[in-house]
Design a binder for this molecule. Structure first.
Ligand code: FAD
Length: 412
């Protein structure tokens, strides 16, 4: 154990790993990050950050860079797939900021990753270091005894390292999760998506290009939002099917024209949008049954490793940021309390704080998936009436302050 507390090894320098490292540093705790990729690079096109995360990122001093890099949508609009009529519309911008204490921002993933990576720096970031396994000697020194740590990380190149605590921030195919649980929890949703970035000028028919919008139709929907000051739009086009996902990975090559064929007959703005970017691979959309445990001994999970979810509330990355800050607060509480048992308490507290909330978001996103693909008819009309109360219905997602919840739990 170093002078500043336990020696924490974070596996993965994605959104969760980098946010956790920054949140630990802000609390005076050291961490080392091990990332399999040889460089920090973009995964996917863009991400929408909501107030439950932007508020936390602002406390890490990242608000100005994020606001400069991203774009704040003007409204949240739901539209009819064919005639484009506004079914429901709610302001986002300033009124959202005032209500939830942080902005809603669309941002290029590469820009978000760069902002997090620059804030952390290169010193304690080990690139090209794939973790192949985690083992533990529970009788070894823990965070209070500290002679190098009781957790052993094994790397794919044969090297190894020791730590007091290993955090699996290594995404949906987590290697650290294999240490924590043998549950196989991913569930294919029966839907798949295509993603792209399109310049504003390629979509002359698009109404309200500065808004975040859902276009809902039979067996498909399109979500899009602006991601920079140039008006570039990020889209996720989701279709029902294929019935089974037989690929080993979550991405599959799609035949030329497959995406446009699925949206035949849709509003011209959607056709312009989908034609305005090269057709992406097809992403199988998977949810996850809740894990029975998020930690074992001194190995713990954050982000997609613990709770991958469907993207329909745009919450995967936002919940990951919440996890990271919560875990940092719980570990800071343990350091202040002192003693090895304090870390057992901290990990249990972290799980308790995060499991119920992420489960609720996972479940809600799964339900939303079906509602977005209803054919025109009475069920779609019932859904459309319900959209009038979206801000009230989903305020619980955006209003949550994970740091405050953790502080209250640590103090209790
Ligand atoms: C189509 C789609 C759209 C989405 N849109 C949104 C959105 O708008 N808003 C939102 O909030 N979320 C969205 N998400 C979800 C979001 O992308 C994830 O929830 C988020 O990236 C999870 O962060 P993470 O840090 O847990 O994992 P990741 O960001 O996946 O990072 C994991 C890191 O670990 C590294 N790694 C993996 N294995 C190892 C290993 N063995 N050793 C070392 N390093 C390793 C990886 O290289 C990677 O850098 C979307 C997801 C999808 C599929």
């Amino acid at each position: 154990m170093g002078a500043s507390g336990p020696n924490i090894a974070i596996v993965g320098a994605g959104i969760g790993g980098l946010t956790l490292a920054l949140a630990l540093r802000a609390r005076g705790i050291d961490a080392e990050i091990h990332e399999q990729a040889p460089e920090l690079r973009e995964v996917g096109a863009a991400v929408a950050l909501s107030a439950n995360a932007t508020r936390l990122l602002a406390r890490l001093g990242l608000d100005e860079q994020l606001t400069a890099a991203g774009a704040e949508p003007t409204e949240l609009i739901h539209r009819h797939w064919k005639d484009g009529r506004r079914i429901a519309a709610h302001p986002v911008g300033a009124s959202y900021r005032e209500r939830f204490g942080g902005p809603y921002l669309g941002v290029h993933r590469a820009a978000f990753q760069r902002i997090l990576g620059d804030a952390w720096g290169s010193e304690r970031l080990h690139l090209g270091t794939a973790v192949s396994g985690v083992t533990e000697d529970p009788t070894g020194a823990g965070p209070t005894g500290g002679d190098g740590g009781r957790v052993r990380l094994e790397f794919a190149d044969g090297r190894s390292a020791r730590a007091d605590l290993a955090v699996g921030a290594d995404g949906v195919h987590s290697a650290v999760r294999r240490r924590v649980t043998d549950e196989d929890v991913t569930v294919y949703s029966g839907t798949s998506g295509f993603r792209g970035l399109v310049p504003a000028e390629a979509m002359p028919s698009l109404p309200d290009p500065g808004a975040i919008q859902f276009w809902m139709g039979p067996g498909a929907h399109v979500l899009h939002y602006p991601v920079d000051s140039a008006g570039t739009v990020n889209f996720l086009a989701v279709v029902t099917g294929p019935q089974r996902w037989s690929e080993d990975t979550w991405r599959a090559e799609a035949a030329p024209g497959e995406l446009l064929a699925a949206f035949d007959g849709w509003h011209p703005a959607i056709i312009e949008m989908l034609s305005g970017a090269p057709q992406s691979a097809r992403w199988g959309l998977f949810g996850q049954a809740p894990l029975r445990r998020w930690s074992r001994g001194r190995a713990v999970l954050v982000g997609d490793a613990a709770h991958a979810m469907l993207p329909h509330h745009g919450q995967g990355a936002n919940q990951t940021v919440e996890d990271a800050v919560t875990l940092a607060d719980c570990l800071a509480g343990a350091r202040a309390a002192g003693g090895s048992e304090a870390y057992d308490v901290a990990l249990r507290r972290y799980e308790r704080l995060r499991r119920v909330r992420t489960r609720q978001v996972q479940r809600s996103s799964w339900v939303t998936s079906g509602l977005l693909h209803l054919p025109d008819g009475p069920a779609a009309e019932r859904r459309d009436r319900k959209l009038a109360t979206v801000p009230a219905d989903f305020g619980w997602i955006h209003a949550h302050d994970a740091e405050r919840a953790a502080a209250a739990a640590v103090a209790s």
